[in-house]
Design a protein around this ligand. Sequence first.
Ligand code: 4LM
Length: 410
Amino acid sequence: MTRPRRRRPAPARRGPGFATRAVHAGEGSTHGDVRPVATPLYQTVSFSFPSAAEASAIAAGESAAPWYSRIGNPTVAALERAIADLEGAESAFAAASGMGAVATLLLANLRAGDHVVADSGVYGGTYNLLRRELPRFGVETTFIETNDPARLREAWRPNTRLLYVDSPGNPTLRVLDLPALAELARARGAWFVVDNTFCTPYLQRPLELGAHAVVHSATKYLSGHGDAIAGLVAGECALVEPGRIAGLREFGAVCAPFVAWLVERGLHTLPLRMERHCASALRVAEWLESRPEVAWVRYPWLPSHPQRALARRQMRGGSGVLVFELKGGISAGAALLDAVELCTHAVSLGDTRTLIMHPASTMHAPTPPEERLALGVTDGLVRLSVGLEDVEDIIGDLEQALGKARAAGG
Ligand code: 4LM
């Protein structure tokens, strides 16, 4: 009699990996008997009601069937499903832009008398919304460097309902201790919201580190090709659903179906693109740091980054954005921007193309200089979003541009 062979224990089952989910998470749209492989584009305003009785049920919310694209559209829903999956969120909603997402989330969840603590490294548009617009509705914000526990304690008030940060900050690239901030916000009964635009869920998952919601300018890495403006919020239902239901219906900053289609398609290649952005940005950052014309470079994966150890704990890579300042200050920076040929002098980031820009004279131009400096945006700071071109060509272009800037006396 042969002894039964001992079976090897089955390998522990784990769910599909990130790249698999990036390709498949948006699937599930069907149209009658037709079973499209790619996400179908429902470029329609309304959906006809099958009968009067069903029309009433649909309008009353008793059925999930779509009926009007401001309230729900299957192409937009595919994108929402995909980002919720990739961020590990209960729920998600898509909006017309990153700012549409931020504004919808905040307006749907805050009320007059509430107080927000925000990191001073938040994106300029978010800063303006919190600093200049929301006070008209009775919502005050205190901006601080949230990595400083003493300042954080000092800024906190009994009515602080929300802690809002970007990590890494735009354009300071300051990295924040997300688990520590989550613990503090949760202990004090406040929401913790993280703008995850720079990292995407491929490099950083704030919800797993304790955040209640993440915000994205999907305009950037998620869509990835510089041809779509969109925003996303993903997180706990308690925070996301008011944004989706009241926020989008009444405030109306919905994502257009074609844009949602582009972003969802972009997600399929997100892991590949992010790997390349990270590898090339690190090479460019190291090269810039070795140049005599450069005063300093900041990139989360450089040993010289002040929060390098923290970045390596909570991020999988440094992403594609770096900032630097030339020794010749603002005039040298301007000469550099005029001299680049391959790099495109434009705002935005996360594009296939390498984009270079000067925040003090563009994004932060409306901010008074002393306020801007307090946000870490120095006069000569240049921001580079490293694209998907051959890295030798990007470095070659910067080299020739630095040469021209030097010749111009910068
Ligand atoms: C830029 N950024 O930096 P929409 N959150 C972050 C951002 O960088 C942005 C937004 C939200 C830039 C735009 C000109 C971290 C935008 C706002 O632009 O509304 O999709 O995202 O160059």
